[in-house]
Design a protein around this ligand. Sequence first.
Ligand code: MGD
Ligand code: MGD
Ligand code: SF4
Ligand code: MO
Length: 748
Amino acid sequence: MTSQSNLTEDLRLAYRTCPLCEATCGLEIAIQNGRAVSVRGDKDDVFSRGYLCPKGAALADLHYDPDRLRHPLIKRNGDWVEVGWDEAFAAIESGVMPIMDKLGRDAVGVYAGNPCAHTMAGVLCLRPLFKGLRSRNIFSASTVDQMPKHVSSGLMFGHPGTIPVPDIDRTHFLLILGADPLVSNGSLATAPDWPGRLRALKRRGGKLVVVDPRTSQTAKLAHEHLRIKPGGDPFLLMALTWVLFEEKGVNPGRLSEHIIGVDAVRELCRPFSPEAVEIRTGIDPSIVYRTAREVASAPSAAVYGRMGTSTVEFGSLTQWLIDVVNILTGNLDRPGGAMFPTPAHMPRRDRPGGKGWTLGRWKSRVKGLHEVMGELPVCTLCDEIETPGEGQVQALLTVASNPVIALPNSDRVDRALAGLDFMVSVDFYLNASTRHAHVILPPTGPLSTAQYDVAFYNLSVRNIANYSPPVIPKPDDEMDKWEILYRLDMIFSGQGALSGAAQMDDFIISIMVDGLATKEGSPLFGKQREILQAMKDLRGPDRMLDFMLRTGAYGDGFGLNPGGLSLSRLKEHPHGMDLGPLEPRIPGILRTTSGKIDMAPDPMVTDVRRLVEAMNHPEPGSLVLVGRRHLRTNNSWMANIPSLVSGPPRCVLQVHPDDASRLGLADGATAAVKSRTGRIAVPVEITADIRPGVVSLPHGWGHDLPGVRMGVAKTHGGLNSNVLSDDERFDPLSNNAVLNGIPVEVSP
Ligand SMILES: Nc1nc2c(c(=O)[nH]1)N[C@H]1C(S)=C(S)[C@@H](COP(=O)(O)OP(=O)(O)OC[C@H]3O[C@@H](n4cnc5c(=O)[nH]c(N)nc54)[C@H](O)[C@@H]3O)O[C@H]1N2
Ligand SMILES: Nc1nc2c(c(=O)[nH]1)N[C@H]1C(S)=C(S)[C@@H](COP(=O)(O)OP(=O)(O)OC[C@H]3O[C@@H](n4cnc5c(=O)[nH]c(N)nc54)[C@H](O)[C@@H]3O)O[C@H]1N2
Ligand code: SF4
Ligand SMILES: [Mo]
């Protein structure tokens, strides 16, 4: 790199994709004397072009945070003792294996958190660990998040990972429901610089409409803001569908030959005229008619929804209806509509059809809630820990997760974790949850691990591939997350605490390679040895990624497609490779048994009855609580970085002036907020930026608990909003928790 020659000798620049949120911004990190001294946006990054947010700029602060754990901790007589890795794994073996031997494999549960989706190890090495563990009690943050989208995609397209993303760079009309990408930087729609991209949409004459009970940052940027009642989205989407049918706005275009069930949808939406749903949406029917016409007539349009449409009573129906509108208006799979990425690490499929997708292959022990995507819902985690009997969870592994703050009915979660016989946490903070662990295994810091966004390039608004090697070499006495997970896997699969990760690594890659090389008709049939030989210098997730890239959509096919992509070729592009705008993928991408898009899958059809019922019998009007995010937070765990928590407190309850005067609340005073599950006292902010009848509190706070070792976070503790979220409220198709629209009582 020539730019380095005019810098002092010990100063170098390194490039890295930010792992903190889904936007995948490129960072330029200046390293002096082996230490990262500054983080900026990488102007040459093919996707982010220099954009970054305050969290990315704080990545080095996270890396050097003195509270971040570097070495394993064991709790002995109530005190934490730092130990070596072998000792820690031995303690886990002697803590977990007797429980497993005596009570069976289901007695060991796992809860995997959000950052698992942001690291190569989390995405590639956890599944093998689940397999090795063979427990039914696998839980993840997916069921406080996007599980309804997986259900809808699984049922409609035949695979839960086949998720359409809004083509925001080309669309003429963007309808955003229950998402605030100006603050969250986007979710299930990977794009750095949403502010810039949405402004570009407006500049090219496109229209932006936001549906949200709050005047969010994104709503402020929009041409139009529909201040919906919480939970009103499925009714609104049904009414939009109703208008499309009523006014001959249904025009699926080239999709017509790839869809089944349109007539059923016409029948299903019949009860939901714009007039009929007004009681649930609070939106004037004339606006619904106009919006439906605008979506139908725009040269291209995309309907997109996130948390406010997912963590709600009708989460799955809402996700389904979003794509129903996209399909009926011909906007699915066309430029400017909602499209499917073609990520570099996945093969391109040309032929439609497959085994289809099912949910409910097993059920949870206590409440009988069905499995989705191999996991059980977190809303029943406490039931499984607290209820005695065969299969009771008595040991828990948490990986990159903070259940005490993230999950509904948090006080109960806190008590349940305290009652476990044994708990292991893979995490680099001693926080609200890991304080209950018996052993904590911290992975090496974020600058010392490689990055390629395996999960989020599946959801990207452009086809991008970017790999960053570790920026700061990993100290010898620290461990990468993949090694930790594989060593745990060795323990759970009975190979012992002292077996290294290498054995498991070789085993897993051989299974991956065999999957292709033993498939009759595969061009790589019988080539196991050559393939493994070609990757002989790689280990861990790097080797898995190389295999996926080479057999992926642009790959070199291990020689079959000379000049194609491989990890070594990708490494030649430190600012990433732009593989172009999204391209139509239907029908090849469809994996339903029919090879068509199922517009009216049975579980959805059945659940519409519940929606009709809810429309006819609305709950009596009370105050409801919704969430919100802030640009300087990342769920619960970035609160120990001074630059991210400075300034006025953010964990405040937003209340509309009308409600405030009715309830006798003053700005800045403390209010008591009460729900079925708990009660907290929080400062009030009176603002007209929220719909009357709705109050809003951000999640991710509540760090000031005994035993937490996060000095900065503790002094900016805040209150945990999930004390108020009810673990008995969930979307019955996905079993996803309801975190928005919680009935509460507020008093001074
Ligand atoms: N009320 C309410 N509750 C919510 C939400 C809401 O909107 N409202 N949002 C929900 C959503 S969308 C999500 S995704 C969940 C998040 O729920 P969780 O994933 O359970 O919680 P996080 O706050 O993301 O905590 C992540 C943990 O991972 C650790 N960590 C960070 N990076 C790494 C790493 O690379 N390796 C390892 N091993 N550990 C790491 C951090 O120290 C922290 O302890 O919260 C959910 N909870
Ligand atoms: N800065 C920051 N960025 C983040 C995170 C973070 O904690 N901080 N977390 C990351 C994670 S894990 C995720 S999953 C994403 C989430 O990304 P988003 O979904 O974009 O983020 P939220 O801020 O939760 O937006 C949800 C919006 O829904 C609104 N809402 C609530 N109830 C309803 C309703 O019934 N109907 C409608 N239409 N709207 C409703 C809320 O007012 C809020 O504005 O963000 C990611 N990015
Ligand atoms: S927007 Fe997300 S990916 Fe970009 S710098 Fe901020 S946290 Fe990192
Ligand atoms: Mo999330």
